[in-house]
Design a protein around this ligand. Structure first.
Ligand SMILES: Nc1ncnc2c1ncn2[C@@H]1O[C@H](COP(=O)(O)OP(=O)(O)OP(=O)(O)O)[C@@H](O)[C@H]1O
Ligand SMILES: [Mg+2]
Length: 697
């Protein structure tokens, strides 16, 4: 896939220049000086020869086929070259120039024209506005970056050209090898998804890294990532996410959902390892590219000083790694040679006068304990220890180890050469213990993803026709917000249980309905203009008799008239009171990139204060619905604390899956809440007592 980009048998540089420092010169020079073996054609109408290669006035005058064209001309000249590519049957081009959609409408128009023409001519494009690409297997450096990264197994793509330059320099300094390096630029044609798929298929690439500011086609991106991530780790840092929800949202879900939630959910659901920063992106890369994945959460920490050991232990607490006590037989073996002041619990503190021999012996014993799945080795450069000798011992032992070994030699001057030894021998080395722990934690969650069950989707019978009719009538009335009774109909069509509920237009009617339903009842204002009823004094709960119902009717209607005089009052809903159950919230919102997103959380009227919610992109699988229920902080409450019975978790899962299906079936739903869904102890039905849905044409 994209073969001509990464392993072309011939490359043309259009706009090749004779002047060093010019992009057209630097790219040609990079192609020629790093051992690329294919044919290279400089294209420049004003030159006979450049850098020892015969130059041609234009593409069509080259007397051979061209697999890849690097266009290093200013934006206005690019379209004409693409035309030539069409004539010359060049099917792959990299467009370096800036001056397209990133500069504004005029640039966007030029870019649109380019995309349309290239599509018509069957030409695939990387860029525009990019640094170029590098493939170490074919020794092709078709970029204007300074230097060629060492060969390695990391495939990297970035939406920022500038970041590519920084990372290349970092890689050269850290001796980190790359298989492929792609600057995506404006992603007019080829985006992260194709590049990920190509790296997914590339034998030289073992770990895929990415820097993204946006995703082009969310569902397609997720599908590709799921496919690849079962076999190859994908680690991505995403910048530019918003935390704040849509200010103008009419639902709690809309108010709580930010694009960061969408990305987080999308990454979780497609096995992408979400790096919070460039720092962790490369910390993770070092570990994933060089060490085996841990077969379980049990970790051992070896340290020659308490402080760093505690820092690492604290970081463990916040991770899914277990710092469980060292097994007795292992502890006994350690005791045979460690001084009495040493600690053999975990962290194993071999104390400040530890030498490289003591490190070696300790690591040997720890590596033999097969209940331990990973090792983090810490060192502070005391006078007693020779960091280099320790590093060498670790390198020797790591050769036969089948569990990940990560190190953090703290300090700088005295540990620099030891770190260099680790670099040269593929042992990840971190400046701080916490970084080693978070890298190992990422490896563990990735392992869990790989071993995770196949996704199961459930399908429900639903009365779609009924829903379609209701939406049509709402749109016909130029409304977007469904009134509560309409929203209830929608949920009913998707099999949700709802409390019995009827509209009363007078106090008298309210009393009749209440007695038919049976006391106690709940009463709520019915108005298309009142969004959050409680805020307006529009809800009364626990009304036990006719007198209370009469008072409530008056209080509710007058409260609305007082606080929201313009509100249209249709009446007051009289509703069966659901007497027990925990209040959770379910919601739908729509993310620009990833489409419908489902929210779950602790519900009720304090939902926007607690913000204890989890998000996933629809369609939800059974596992994902279950995972998001367990994701919220209040999950222990649902499982039952202080002798309380657990609630019907399966009932919540069922409700989430129904809502996910509704969101997929009806793209016109912009946002919506079920708040609360009252969840009762197992065996009793969950009941949606309040619903809100907003649609668009
Ligand atoms: N049928 C019912 N049975 C039991 N409790 C109920 C019922 N209806 C409402 N409640 C209680 O009243 C609270 C507020 O009611 P409801 O959710 O309908 O109003 P709201 O203020 O519009 O909600 P929101 O915060 O979602 O905007 C609920 O959180 C719940 O505690
Ligand atoms: Mg509510």
């Amino acid at each position: 896939m994209l073969e001509h980009f990464f392993n072309p048998s011939s490359v043309a540089v259009v706009g090749a220049s004779q002047s060093p420092g010019k992009i057209g010169y630097d790219i040609l020079n990079n192609i020629l000086q790093y051992g690329y073996a294919g044919a290279v054609y400089p294209i420049n109408p004003n030159a006979q020869e450049i850098l020892g290669r015969r130059a041609y006035p234009d593409l069509t005058s080259v007397p051979a086929d061209i697999d890849l064209a690097i266009i290093a001309l200013p934006a206005p000249a690019v379209l004409n070259v693409v035309e030539q590519c069409g004539k010359k049957k060049v099917d792959s081009v990299v467009i370096i120039a800036a001056g397209f959609k990133e500069i504004g409408p005029e640039g966007a128009r030029l870019e649109e024209a380019l995309a349309t023409r290239a599509r018509k001519l069957g030409i695939r494009m990387i860029g525009p506005n990019c640094l170029g690409l590098i493939d170490t297997a074919s020794s092709l450096n078709a970029s204007f970056a300074a230097g060629m990264p060492p060969n390695g197994h990391i495939g990297f793509f970035s939406q920022s050209g500038a970041l590519c330059v920084a990372i290349l320099d970092w890689a050269l300094g850290e001796n980190i090898g790359f298989s492929k390096f792609v600057s995506l630029g404006n992603k007019t044609d080829i985006s992260e998804t194709e590049i990920m798929l190509s790296m997914g298929k590339d034998e030289n690439t073992r770990v895929i890294l990415g820097y993204l500011e946006s995703v082009e086609d969310g569902p397609r991106f997720m599908k590709a990532a799921r496919q690849i991530s079962k076999n190859k780790p994908i680690i991505i840092v995403k910048s530019g996410t918003t935390t704040a929800g849509a200010k103008a949202a009419s639902s709690h879900t809309g108010a709580l959902a930010g694009s960061n939630h969408a990305y987080d959910a999308a990454f979780k659901q497609s096995g992408i390892i979400h790096a919070e920063s460039m720092h962790s992106l490369f910390g993770y890369a070092m570990a994933f590219a060089n060490q085996p994945l841990p077969k379980g959460p049990r970790l051992a920490i070896i340290t020659n000083s308490g402080g760093p050991g505690i820092l690492a232990a604290d970081a463990c607490d916040k991770s899914s790694l277990h710092l469980s006590p060292i097994r007795k037989e292992t502890a006994d073996r350690l005791r045979e040679f460690l001084p009495p002041a040493a600690s053999v619990y975990n962290p194993v503190d071999i104390i400040g006068d530890a030498s490289h021999e003591r490190y070696e012996k300790t690591l040997e014993v720890i590596l033999k304990d097969d209940s331990i799945r990973g090792v983090v080795i810490l060192l502070t450069p005391t006078a007693a220890v020779d960091p280099e000798a320790v590093a060498q011992r670790i390198v020797n032992l790591a050769k036969d180890a089948d569990k990940p070994i990560l190190t953090s030699f703290m300090g700088e001057k005295k540990v620099r050469s030891a770190r260099k030894i680790f670099q040269d021998h593929a042992i990840p080395s971190y400046d701080y213990p916490e970084d080693a722990i978070s890298a190992l934690d990422a490896m563990l969650s990735y392992r869990k993803w790989q071993e995770g069950p196949e996704r199961q989707y459930r399908h429900f019978e639903a009365d779609r026709l009924k829903v379609r009719k209701i939406f049509a009538s709402v749109i016909k009335q130029h409304r977007h917000d469904l009134i509560e009774s309409e929203a209830r109909e929608i949920l009913n069509a998707y099999g949700f249980r709802l409390p019995e509920s009827h509209m009363a237009r007078t106090t008298k009617e309210a009393v009749i309905i209440a007695s038919e339903i049976g006391y106690p009842v709940v009463m709520k204002i019915a108005s298309p203009d009142v969004l959050h009823k409680s805020d307006m004094g529009g809800v009364r709960v626990g009304l036990g008799n006719a007198a209370m119902v009469e008072d409530a009717f008056f209080e509710i209607t007058s409260s609305i008239q007082l606080r929201q005089p313009s509100a249209r009052i249709l009446g007051v809903m009289v509703q069966e009171m659901i007497r027990e159950g925990k209040e959770v919230i379910l919601g739908i919102t729509r993310d620009i990139q990833f489409g419908p997103m489902i929210m779950f959380g602790l519900g009720g009227i304090y939902v926007e204060v607690l913000k204890d919610v989890a998000f996933r992109i629809a369609p939800l699988s059974e596992e994902e619905a279950d995972a998001m229920i367990r994701d919220i902080r209040a999950f222990p409450l649902l499982r039952g604390v202080r002798g309380e019975a657990p609630v019907d978790i399966k009932g919540i899962q069922d409700a989430l899956l129904r809502l996910s299906q509704l969101a997929i079936d009806f793209p016109e739903i912009v946002e919506g809440d079920i708040n609360p869904l009252l969840v009762c102890p197992e065996g009793q039905a969950t009941v949606a007592v309040d619903a809100r849905i907003t649609i668009q044409e």
